[in-house]
Design a protein around this ligand. Structure first.
Ligand SMILES: Nc1ncnc2c1ncn2[C@@H]1O[C@H](COP(=O)(O)OP(=O)(O)O)[C@@H](O)[C@H]1O
Ligand SMILES: [Mg+2]
Length: 257
């Protein structure tokens, strides 16, 4: 059972007087879907970079199953907003790339990659070059590539932010399916309050100056979708609308200060 723990973390950027994050604590376990929201500049990406092991705190601790995080690792896959795909590789080879690093033989990794492409709804596009894929298809590909290494954690920084509304809804459903199938611990940064509420098991609200957590809310709307309620019904249920209003107030109230 994997557990990523961020304990009382403070972080600074070089040259900045004030900390970018102050006393942030957050734990992420298998089967948990944590969504982080908050206005631009409140440190969400910085938090994800710390969790990924790309950056390090000034004080506080980050641990993985009790061991200090010393850098990136294959148990933590990262999906960025702007796809970080290899444009010179085909769809299938982009997905197979991580498996190549793991030493999986060529035919096996291509077969696994094709299975993953099918899983994210890209069956038949295996040999297609990246430049012939739409934005939504690229995000699916980025997700397939992250899943290829069977990570215990999926860390995502506004992965759906650049997509149109329809594609975004499809991708939300895909994220839910993946969460259910893999039980990976998911950390999702999003600027959509609705998306956070709809997908997460826990919503974390951050505020800026310094970046900090101001509210944590356990929610179970995604469980209702899994239990068979339609996405539309869940999103228009009175308790969903109430929670959304509360979070909106919280984010805007902080913004007004
Ligand atoms: N590499 C960097 N060097 C200096 N300051 C940075 C750097 N990256 C981000 N910042 C600053 O840190 C704050 C938080 O940034 P970020 O983590 O990107 O917030 P968010 O993702 O919530 O928009 C912002 O004020 C931003 O300008
Ligand atoms: Mg950001």
């Amino acid at each position: 059972m994997s557990r990523l723990e961020i304990s009382n973390v403070t972080a600074h950027y070089e040259g900045a007087a004030a900390p970018v994050l102050a006393n942030v604590s957050l734990a992420l376990g298998a089967g948990e879907f944590v969504a982080v929201i908050g206005r631009s500049g409140c440190g969400k990406t910085t938090l994800l970079n710390l969790a990924a092991g790309f950056a390090f705190p000034t004080s506080g601790r980050l641990t993985l199953d009790g061991q200090p995080v010393r850098g990136p690792g294959p148990e933590r896959a990262v999906v960025f907003q702007d796809d970080a795909l290899f444009p010179w590789l085909s769809a299938v080879d982009n997905v197979a790339f991580g498996l190549q690093l793991k030493g999986v033989p060529k035919n096996d990794r291509r077969e696994a990659a094709r299975g993953l492409l099918a899983r994210v709804g890209l069956a038949g596009l295996d040999e297609r070059p990246i430049w012939r894929l739409s934005g939504g298809q690229r995000q699916r590909l980025g997700l397939a590539r992250a899943l290829a290494i069977e990570p215990a954690f999926l860390l995502m920084d506004e992965p759906l932010g650049a997509l149109d509304a329809m594609t975004r809804e499809h991708m939300q459903q895909l994220l839910l399916d993946i969460f259910l199938a893999t039980r990976a611990g998911i950390l999702l940064i999003t600027h959509s309050i609705e998306e956070a509420l709809f997908l997460a098991t826990r919503v974390v609200v951050m505020a800026p100056n310094p970046g900090r957590i101001v509210r944590t809310l356990d929610v179970d709307f995604s469980r209702r979708v899994r239990a068979g309620e339609s996405a539309r019904a869940v999103k228009s249920a009175p308790d969903f609308i109430e929670a959304r209003a509360e979070l909106l107030d919280l984010v805007f109230e902080r913004e007004a200060q």
